[in-house]
Design a protein around this ligand. Structure first.
Ligand code: NAD
Length: 252
């Protein structure tokens, strides 16, 4: 793991979605290790059980549920109680790389539901507490697909551009109320995300690009380092950015 900062989140309550695996799990572990109270949510119960087992001494609450469902969001906010200092919207799904000519309505709607609508609803649910407190930080996990058109299918690319725009909207409207919102754009990361190739045409377009310019995959804790920095007071002058953490991919 990258070096942690002792006590950086002491006294803070932080909600993390997608906390059962990959980037969300690494973020939850780091936040707990830096003294935070973590409300960890994921749709896979066994993953949250494993997280709890791995962090026996952490101040950790888990909420099992699909974050695209309103009831899960209500349960998360209820579990947090009367303060939520930070929110990390990490949960996300891919789209079988279907290009605009092949994307079906169900894929488009499911990807937008998880990658855009759910973070919007959770953000909307936590903002009243943050505004009342006069402070709060939000980090949305975007993707290299928020920066270019060659890394995923039409639905995923559009959803990640949308979450980047939503991040800037939060920063613009609620910055004066003490809220900071930023996004991290990971390149390739070694996680459990399902990324089957569902289109021969997409494979023919994306394959050569990926081979030519994509750096080696990162580890989830490298992303957790960027996410926790943006959630913390260490980034107090940063609001509304989309920060690539991609080994230099976005410079190509
Ligand atoms: P992951 O699959 O390892 O972890 C994501 C977690 O989110 C899983 O535990 C999954 O159960 C959970 N989840 C998925 N849908 C959910 C839902 N509807 N409700 C609640 N929980 C749900 O994947 P990861 O790679 O850690 O992905 C985290 C984020 O990083 C995603 O937003 C993804 O788009 C983004 N990302 C990943 C990569 C990569 O290469 N891994 C690259 C760029 C962006």
């Amino acid at each position: 793991m990258t070096d942690t900062t002792a006590g950086r989140f002491a006294g803070k309550t932080i909600v993390v979605t997608g906390a059962g695996s990959g980037i969300g799990r690494a973020t939850a572990i780091r936040l707990a290790g830096e003294g935070g109270r973590v409300i960890a949510t994921d749709v896979v119960a066994e993953r949250l059980d494993a997280l709890r087992a791995d962090l026996p001494d952490a101040d950790l609450e888990t909420v099992v549920g699909d974050v695209s469902q309103a009831e899960t969001i209500q349960q998360v906010v209820a579990a947090a109680g009367d303060r939520i200092d930070s929110l990390a919207n990490v949960a996300g799904i891919m789209d079988r790389f279907l290009p605009p000519s092949e994307v079906d309505d169900a894929t488009w709607e499911r990807v937008f539901s998880v990658n855009v609508t759910a973070p919007m609803r959770l953000t909307r649910a936590v903002l009243p507490l943050m505004i009342a407190a006069g402070s709060g930080t939000i980090v949305n996990v975007a993707s290299e697909a928020a920066l270019r058109g060659s890394t995923a299918g039409a639905a995923y690319t559009s959803s990640k551009h949308a979450i980047a725009g939503f991040t800037k909207s939060i920063a613009f409207f609620h910055g004066p109320q003490g809220i900071r919102a930023n996004a991290v754009a990971p390149g390739a990361v070694e996680t459990n995300i399902e990324a089957p190739m569902g289109s021969e045409y997409a494979a023919s377009r994306i394959g050569p690009v990926v081979q030519a310019i994509v750096p080696a995959a990162a580890q989830p804790d490298q992303l957790a380092a960027a996410i926790t920095w943006l959630l913390s007071d260490d980034s107090s002058n940063v609001n509304g950015v989309v920060l690539p953490s991609d080994g230099g991919w976005s410079a190509v």
